[in-house]
Design a protein. Structure first.
Length: 367
């Protein structure tokens, strides 16, 4: 008498066949899946085409969050919100007009002077001792590289080609002006309706979760506002120090280098180091000893900023590890340039805060 055979276990392939066998309308399922794929494709194309508009909206929202602490400061001193917003925007307009009126003409003139002085700077550099040392070490490759760089920078056609041609440069300028105006208008609307936006956001959550959501949202928006204001203050301090240092040491193009310092040092943590390298290399073409003094003084300022200014200015922001700052700045800068590098840090800090206050407590509660 033979033993009965064990019952056969259904395999994965038979399970798949039974799944498709239960579908009594395969045409309908296939048509639905195809429509879903097409809808996802069209949504992706729409987001891609609206990338510029999305950037304007995000930039305006962050600008509104950055100005919100100033509005709150005025409101705490008895100024009504409408008047506080008007005062803040009037102050911002005065600062922007002052920068455009005083700095831009000087910067444009110094850019033109820089292009005209490139041959003289290169000639002076080729007659210096450090250039002779490099030539002795690496041979004729050093003069060839310098001559190629000089030829490239002194040819206006190459500069235009970088921007995609003269017509494209003009279109970019017009687009930049219109984008700045759109961002300014959106910022005004966002900051005027910020309380209503927050209340509408709170009502999306269940009533029992709204107090916690409100607390976390206020922490995030407050830290983002403090961070953006802090970065502008630190970048302004960098620009002022660079301008004064260029004037004292007699280095060329002080206004131009101050503007470059402001833009680059908006990138947290790595921005001052990048400007230190760039400015030191440019100063090297003027005088090696002066460049060495500049490099030493600005390196000392970086240390003062890191250990004295930054802790005082950034006392309202979320604590975020330095490695995450660098990664966020690199990712944001790669995706959206300078704006992305500036926005990526508060976004990373907000995600870190959500993880600490929402996800980690839920994991700790699972025993």
């Amino acid at each position: 008498m033979t033993d009965p055979a064990p019952p056969a276990h259904p395999s994965s392939s038979s399970g798949i066949r039974s799944f498709w066998a239960k579908i009594d309308r395969p045409f309908t399922v296939g048509f639905t899946l195809t429509l879903g794929g097409l809808a996802a494709l069209l949504l992706g194309l729409a987001v891609s085409n609206l990338a510029t508009v999305i950037i304007y909206i995000v930039l305006a929202l962050f600008a509104a969050l950055g100005l919100e602490p100033v509005v709150d400061w005025l409101m705490n001193r008895g100024v009504k919100r409408g008047w506080a917003i008007a005062i803040v925007f009037l102050g911002v307009a005065v600062v922007l007009v002052g920068i455009l009126w005083l700095v831009i003409p000087t910067v444009v003139a110094q850019i033109s002077q820089f292009i005209r002085d490139i041959p003289g700077l290169v000639t002076a550099a080729e007659q210096s001792e450090w250039f002779a040392f490099l030539q002795a070490q690496f041979g004729t490759a050093v003069p060839d590289i310098v001559n190629n760089i000089e030829s490239f920078l002194t040819d206006p056609g190459n500069i235009a080609a970088i921007g995609g041609g003269a017509v494209q440069v003009g279109i970019s300028i017009v687009s930049g002006i219109s984008g700045a105006f759109i961002t300014l208008v959106l910022t005004l609307y966002f900051i005027a309706s910020m309380p209503a936006i927050k209340q509408a956001f709170y009502r999306l959550a269940p009533a029992r979760n709204r107090p916690g959501l409100q607390t976390m949202t206020e922490q995030i928006t407050g830290s983002i506002g403090g961070y953006l204001i802090g970065m502008v203050v630190l970048a302004t301090a960098n620009a002022i120090f660079a301008f004064i240092l260029h004037l004292i040491l007699g280095l060329p193009f002080p206004a131009l280098m101050a503007v470059v310092a402001f833009l680059i040092t908006l990138i947290p943590l790595i921005g001052p180091v990048l400007y230190w390298i760039i400015a030191s290399v440019i100063a090297l073409f003027s005088d090696p000893v002066t460049a060495l003094i500049f490099a030493g003084l600005y390196l000392a300022y970086i240390q003062v900023e890191a250990y004295v200014l930054t802790p005082r200015v950034m006392n309202r922001t979320i604590e975020i590890p330095g490695a995450l700052v660098v990664i966020g700045a690199l990712v944001g800068g790669t995706l959206l340039g300078l704006i992305g590098a500036l926005v990526a840090i508060p976004v990373s800090a907000s995600i870190l805060l959500i993880i600490k206050q929402v996800w980690v407590p839920r994991q700790d509660a699972k025993v």
